[in-house]
Design a binder for this molecule. Sequence first.
Ligand code: AHG
Length: 338
Amino acid sequence: MKPVSLIQFLIEERRAGHINAELSLLIEVVARACKRIAVATSKGALGGVLGEAGTGNIQGEAQKKLDVISNEILLEANAWGGHLAACASEEMEDPQQIPDGYPKGQHLLLFDPLDGSSNIDVNISVGTIFSVLRCPDGVTEPKAEHFLQPGTTQLAAGYVVYGPATVLVLTFGHGTHEFTLDREVGSFILSRRNIRIPGQATEFAINMSNQRHWQPPMQRYIGELLAGKTGPRGKDFNMRWVASMVADVHRIVTRGGVFYYPLDAKIEKQGGKLRIMYEANPMAFIIEQAGGAATTGRQRIMEVQPTGLHQRVPVFLGSKEEVELATRYHLEAEGAQA
Ligand code: AHG
């Protein structure tokens, strides 16, 4: 079969009526920026890109040099094309407006420029996550409130994993598709169309060091997985934890499994670890479009009405039956308390 490039795929999606020309251009621009981020990350110590930037982001987290570089690459690439009304980044407090003198488009772009950045210095996979929304009609200078739309309104979502290969996974709400970067040619090539995540799982991803801080339903659920064949689930489960959400999600998109970042006593006040706008919503869209499920442990992630640009939520996602079971345990526990 002849290889299908990302550009060809986008043209097909336009012809199918799934996207318009402006969204197609937006995805091309983001993909091009991510190729530049891939080059920067791959230089490692030789590019002088490792280590701390000496600055903090809005969440008070120390920024790595590559967090700052990746953010700049995405901002600069998206400033002048005329496809965006504004963008918002996990690394910036407020939305970034399109500079004066450039045309504006109808779309809002949100991104986590470099997810898993604590892994950069140890040469473990990191990634970029993005989400696209429509700018409300009549809004010319979008503010945070215009971005606060539930995940169900996303027009597109994707991530790029910078691993042994650079891989882009993308959805427009018509299936989830994977593209692999051909480094010689410089193009993303379709490598899997309509990915399906198996309903059942034997592999789970969670930061086990937080176990003692979890709420009782999570203790119960993971306890049952750990009990294996002789426990109530009657089968053994394997555990994997990269601590780069992009890499953990990509494993699920590739061979099934589940990923959990539940609420725990340490992070209860902030509502969770992962950000709804930059991480949870785009990943939920990608996972649901591949036949999986994504909840906060209480409700579907994409139905949460966001109240803040940097709001955090618990994240349960992956193989449908497992996510539904873990969610049921939480809802049952709350029902029993009520
Ligand atoms: P960051 O981009 O700030 O490094 O955050 C990474 C996120 C996510 O990618 C990962 O799943 C999680 O944080 C890791 O959390 P732990 O520190 O608990 O392992």
